[in-house]
Design a protein around this ligand. Structure first.
Ligand code: DX5
Ligand code: ZN
Length: 224
């Protein structure tokens, strides 16, 4: 099942509940929350208290993307705050297996994130214990960047590895997805499609989500 997953990074943080209401009326069932520490990426965003407040404002699946150093120190706090899935960067995790296990034990889905330049081959073994994989299609840190085309090759490769291993884990993509490249992204094999500025900077986020869900469903239908 393809999900369009709005990233609130591009929303109006002073009106977050209203913004979330808009995308939910368009059919959103998952929300993407970007956590940045100013070290792993050159930007700062939100922490567990904000996730906790968002949890009270919506019943949607909260998908937390940790762009932080030492994710093992903070991941549990985000699950306790209400996250349904928490992903940690491969590049920031010295003990990735242990961190994934800890997230699962806390009661959330555990995801691995790869930066654009990190090959999917590093997932060869850990794929069996991850609940999903997030492939960054921009260098993490900011919304509104352009999708890096070679990442779609990585998506196809990962979809092949998933097939070979008979695994069903969702492939998530994050960064630079908009109306014009959405169908390509779906056809490459993505299941959870994060998109921030294309939704929240549009004049009607509700209609944009509805339209994106339609495009994604049509693209799946023609998938071979
Ligand atoms: C970037 C974040 C993304 C960002 C995507 O580091 O991880 O989730 O919000 O924004 P767009 O869709 O504008 O590229
Ligand atoms: Zn993200």
């Amino acid at each position: 099942m393809i999900e369009i997953v709005p990233s609130i990074l591009s929303a109006d943080f002073a009106r977050l509940a209203e913004e979330i209401g808009r995308v939910e009326r368009g059919g959103t069932r998952m929300l993407h929350l970007d956590v940045m520490d100013g070290h792993f990426v050159p930007n700062l965003t939100i922490g567990p208290p904000v996730v906790e407040s968002i949890r009270k404002a919506t019943r949607a699946h909260l998908d937390v993307h940790l762009m932080i150093e030492h994710p093992e120190r903070y991941a549990a706090d985000f699950v306790k705050a209400g996250a349904n899935s928490v992903s940690v960067h491969y590049e920031a995790s010295v003990h990735l297996d242990g961190t994934l296990e800890m997230i699962r034990k806390e009661g959330a889905m555990a995801g691995v994130v790869l930066n654009p330049a990190t090959p999917v081959s590093v997932l060869e073994d850990v794929l069996e214990v991850a609940d999903y994989v997030l492939l960054m299609s921009v260098n993490p840190g900011f919304g509104g960047q352009k999708l890096i085309p070679y990442v779609l090759k990585k998506v196809r490769k990962l979809a092949g590895m998933r097939r070979e291993k008979k695994l069903a884990l969702p492939i998530e993509i994050d960064g630079g997805v908009h109306m014009d490249n959405l169908a390509d992204v779906v056809r490459a094999g993505c299941d959870w499609i994060v998109t921030g500025s294309a939704i929240f900077h549009s004049t009607d986020p509700e209609a944009t989500v509805r339209e994106m869900r339609k495009i994604a469903a049509q693209a799946t239908a023609v998938q071979v």
